[in-house]
Design a protein around this ligand. Structure first.
Ligand code: ADE
Length: 352
């Protein structure tokens, strides 16, 4: 659909936005060779897959274009974009990706929406980062497939209603609590992606190795699994790094236990998958805060990390391993973490 009625300035704004925004870059990422493109290839998250299939099939049976708007949440790298991409393929529409951080003005969103075709899926990653004004601009778009543009300023301002094609919004967030309730309420279904079971990660690593045309021992698969933070993106990243190592060391295309050990050692990833950043957090907690409790702000300042990085990257894994506990007073290290780091326990909260 074209915004032919728009004044030249707004049309230019739309064209500029489309030229410079990150849709194309993101589309390249989706072409990533390892990303599953069908339900059969997508391993794990079985309940979510079944639910989405039912939603899509029911919508198709009713002869609708697209389906209900869907919201995905869960840690980064768990496959929210991939799931949405497969759902879009099933629905038969284009998959348009943008993110809450890329949409800074309502005009940015207007540009994206007015370029959709009937049946397209608009995927907004990090949807919790949309500001309130943009959220409100989005509501009529997803409820009635209309947007209201304000043209001109002050007394001369007029609003113009524009009809949009019927599209499906798919939102993704790592921080569900930061998605406002009015926005959450406008999604027909919300899905929480879980961390992966080791057996699913093993299958994912095997599949990726096949796609990369390398052979890998079962033991090596298990080792990568343990280091992959229950997350397919990390598993695939490690697999690629190990492959680089074996190719450089002349072992060509076979990965065994030894090569994984060597590569993980070089990357400073330990046998529980902790990276230097994770260890820094634990060590700072011990050395500067006597094991805690410590608030997020102080921890971020002492480790020189962004609060969001701690919240979204480090902490979920440390909590999951039982190395960290979140209490109303702040983060506290556990005795398991002391043991793992081989450090003498101070006031760690005893888990056993
Ligand atoms: N690569 C990343 N996530 C995956 C998944 N869930 N299944 C298969 N391959 C993947």
């Amino acid at each position: 659909m074209k915004l032919n009625g728009l004044p030249a300035k707004d049309k230019k704004m739309r064209e500029d936005f489309i030229k410079k925004n990150s849709l194309n870059k993101e589309e390249e990422i989706i072409e990533n060779t390892l990303r599953p493109k069908s339900w059969e290839d997508y391993i794990g998250q079985e309940k979510i897959k079944t639910n989405i299939k039912v939603i899509i099939e029911a919508a198709k049976k009713r002869g609708e274009i697209g389906c209900e708007h869907l919201l995905f949440y869960g840690g980064s790298g768990l496959g929210k974009t991939t799931l949405a991409g497969i759902a879009a393929k099933e629905l038969g529409g284009n998959f348009r990706i943008t993110s809450g951080t890329a949409i800074k003005k309502t005009g940015d969103l207007a540009a994206i929406l007015s370029n959709l075709n009937p049946g397209d899926v608009l995927f907004i990653d990090e949807i919790h980062r949309l500001n309130k004004l943009i959220e409100e601009f989005l509501y009529p778009a997803i409820e009635d497939f209309k947007i209201h543009l304000v043209l001109g300023k002050g007394l001369m301002a007029r609003t113009m209603e524009i009809n949009l094609p019927k599209f499906t919004l798919m939102g993704a967030t790592t921080r569900i609590a930061l998605v406002s309730s009015p926005l959450r309420a406008r999604f027909g279904a919300t899905f929480q992606l879980n961390y992966y079971l080791p057996e699913d990660l093993e299958k994912i690593i095997k599949r990726s190795a096949d796609l990369l045309q390398i052979t890998i021992d079962d033991e090596a698969i298990k080792q990568i699994t343990v280091a992959s933070r229950f997350t397919p993106r990390v598993a695939n990243r490690l697999l690629k790094r190990v492959r680089d190592f074996v190719q450089v060391s002349g072992d060509k295309n076979h990965i065994d236990k030894k090569s994984v050990e060597k590569a993980l050692g070089f990357l400073e990833i330990d046998n529980m998958g902790l990276e230097s950043g994770d260890r820094k957090i634990l060590e700072v907690l011990i050395e500067k805060f006597s094991g805690g409790p410590v608030g997020l702000k102080s921890l971020a300042a002492a480790t020189n990390e962004e609060e969001d990085t701690i919240l979204e990257i480090y902490e979920p894994y440390l909590l999951r391993l039982g190395f960290l506990e979140r209490t109303p007073k702040g983060r506290t290290i556990t005795s398991l973490a002391y043991k793992h780091l081989n450090k003498k326990q101070q006031n760690a909260k005893k888990l056993l």
